[in-house]
Structure formats: structure tokens, C-alpha cells
Design a protein around this ligand. Structure first.
Ligand code: NAP
Length: 289
């Protein structure tokens, strides 16, 4: 890739940012297309986010991805926020427009992509989501969009869980949402066909951790889709154990690739090579063990 005087800047803003696969993934596609762009990691502390945005404007950044811990904090700093991002309560991609910065969220899109490839009738499935943080919100929106009539979200902190439930009032998600404290999980796991880990339990460098007990895993029925949003390591210990129970497993890499490809399509205004982006991530991702 040749950076010239004409090269336009894209990037990702997060803190820390060193483990992000996004620069490798986006630059692989940019290089393949011969597009005159570069995608840069921006390490920005929470207290510096507003300054960073002013800087991005000054240096003519065209668009950027948003990751932990800025996905919610960035919202009041933007000129426009799409309906998807408002519903999820978080922004993961920002584009430059004539009026300023437009924030959106492609995490639900990315989450749903591998599920849409499966021959399941999602309307008749009542998914179980582990965790009630930012990613769980996108998963919930995704499940509702897939047509699930009931979605069960499990959290360990009753107050946060109640606030989570409240935050969906007056949205279509509220009708399908059922919240539960963690202890109720054992009784429900065997009755579902889709389990999603939206907690960081098992993520590198703590790959020996599980989001649920071995007993709960023992309740997973063969053929259940078990989806872990974590993509490092891949597969996680949770997915390995679920596969031993006969589950169909999905890791978080495809979600990452699909949301990234969607954002890059918008920034470049053309189709992007998803296979090249996926291969670039696969080469960089950490194997299990
Ligand atoms: P987050 O906002 O911090 O939420 C994490 C959730 O996990 C919270 O509900 C938290 O509970 C819960 N949790 C944490 N430790 C727990 C434990 N020991 N037992 C039970 N629950 C626990 O994080 P996030 O942004 O949602 O990210 C969650 C995971 O999704 C991360 O691993 C992230 O890498 C992954 N992710 C992947 C993609 C992708 O593209 N594949 C995209 C987004 C996120 P409390 O609220 O009680 O603390």
C-alpha cells in the first residue's frame, strides 16, 4: 500500500487498541481494491474522545470504527445517529457527512449474518443471551430482527438487569425481552436452541474461564446453536465444551468481519472483498490453547 498526498484516512478509536484486528482486516481489503485509503488504529483515552473528534475533523478523517470503551460515550458528540444505533444504545461506526459525524451500529447485522446462513426457523426459537452489557444489546436487537418471539437475557447484577429491561420501554424489543438472574439459567438451558455468550468470560488472555458452570453446559441439548461473541481465542473453551455436547458452534470472528465489511462498504462507496477481510483476520487470530 502506497500512502500518498491524496490518501484518505479511516481508522478505529478505542482504548486499549493494540489487540484490535480491525486495522489488518480493513487494510487487507483496501490493498486488494487498490483504493487510495489507509485505516489507522487510534488509541484514545476516555477523557480525550471529544478532542480526538475535533482532531479527526481537522485532519479530514473520512470515517472510523468505534470500540471499547467509547461505543456509548461517543453518541452525544455526533451530529446524527441512525435508528439502529439508537435502538442498540451504542455506535460502532462513524461516517463523515456534509453536516458532521453520522454514527451507526452494524454489530446486530454482523451478529445475524452467520445465523441467516442456517436453515432454522428463528421465530420458533427462544434464545438465551448470557450477559447484559453493550454486545448483549446488539444480540437482542438481532434476535428480535430474526423474528424470535421471546428472548431470555441473563445477568448477574439484578439492578443492572432491571435498568437494562427499562431501557427498552417503548421499543419493539420490549415485547420479546424476558430478563433473568444468573441462578435461573440451569433450569432454562435445556429448553433453548440458541445460546449466546455476550460476556467476556473466556476471552484472551483468560482463555481458561467459562461463562457458565460445567453443570449448565451439561444441560445443552445436541443440535443447539451455541454462539460465542469472543473471537480470541477461537474456539473458546465454552465452544469446545458445547461442541462435545453435540452443539453447532459459532465464534465471534464472522460477526467482526461482517460488521467491518458493512462499514467499509459505506466508507468506500463500493463492494468490498469479504473473503480477503476474513482471511486477514484468520491469519491474525489466536488459536485456542
Ligand atoms: P460489556 O459491555 O462490558 O458487558 C459485559 C457483560 O458481561 C456484562 O453484562 C457483565 O456483567 C457480564 N460479565 C462480565 N463478567 C462476568 C462474569 N464473571 N459472570 C457473569 N457475567 C459477567 O462488554 P461488551 O462490549 O458487551 O462485550 C462482551 C463480549 O463480546 C466481549 O468478549 C467482546 O469482545 C465481545 N464482542 C464481540 C464482538 C464481535 O464482533 N465478535 C463485538 C462486540 C463485543 P456486569 O454488567 O454485571 O458487569
Amino acid at each position: 500500500m502506497m500512502i500518498k498526498g491524496t490518501t484518505k484516512i479511516l481508522g478505529v478509536v478505542g482504548y486499549p487498541i493494540v489487540h484490535s484486528l480491525s486495522p489488518v482486516m480493513h487494510n487487507a481489503a483496501i490493498e486488494h481494491l487498490g483504493a487510495d485509503y489507509v485505516y489507522v488504529p487510534f488509541s484514545v483515552k476516555p477523557e480525550d474522545l471529544a478532542d480526538a473528534l475535533r482532531g479527526f475533523e481537522a485532519i479530514d478523517v473520512q470515517g472510523f470504527s468505534v470500540t471499547i470503551p467509547h461505543k456509548q460515550a461517543i453518541m452525544p458528540l455526533l451530529t446524527e445517529i441512525t435508528a439502529e444505533a439508537k435502538l442498540s444504545g451504542a455506535v460502532n461506526a462513524v461516517s463523515r457527512t456534509e453536516n458532521g459525524w453520522k454514527g451507526t451500529n452494524y454489530d446486530s447485522f454482523g451478529f445475524m449474518a452467520p445465523l441467516k446462513e442456517m436453515k432454522e426457523d428463528w421465530k420458533n426459537i427462544a434464545p438465551v443471551i448470557l450477559g447484559n452489557g453493550g454486545a448483549a444489546r446488539s444480540v437482542l436487537v438481532g434476535c428480535q430482527s430474526l423474528g424470535c418471539r421471546e428472548v431470555h437475557v441473563f445477568g448477574r447484577n439484578p439492578q443492572k438487569l432491571a435498568d437494562f429491561a427499562d431501557s427498552w420501554k417503548n421499543t419493539p424489543v420490549h415485547d420479546v425481552l424476558r430478563v433473568h438472574v444468573w441462578d435461573e439459567l440451569g433450569g432454562m438451558i435445556s429448553g433453548t436452541r440458541l445460546v449466546v455468550n455476550a460476556t467476556p468470560m473466556g476471552m484472551y488472555p483468560r482463555g481458561g474461564e467459562l461463562p457458565v458452570t460445567e453443570d449448565v453446559i451439561g444441560g445443552i441439548q445436541p443440535g443447539t446453536v451455541v454462539y460465542d461473541l469472543i473471537y480470541s481465542p477461537r474456539p473458546t473453551l465454552f465452544l469446545t465444551k458445547a461442541r462435545e455436547r453435540g452443539a453447532v458452534i459459532v465464534d465471534g470472528l464472522e460477526m467482526l468481519v461482517q460488521q467491518g465489511a458493512k462499514a467499509l462498504t459505506i466508507w468506500l462507496g463500493r463492494d468490498v472483498p469479504v473473503d480477503i477481510m476474513r482471511d486477514a483476520c484468520l491469519k491474525q487470530s489466536k488459536p485456542a490453547g
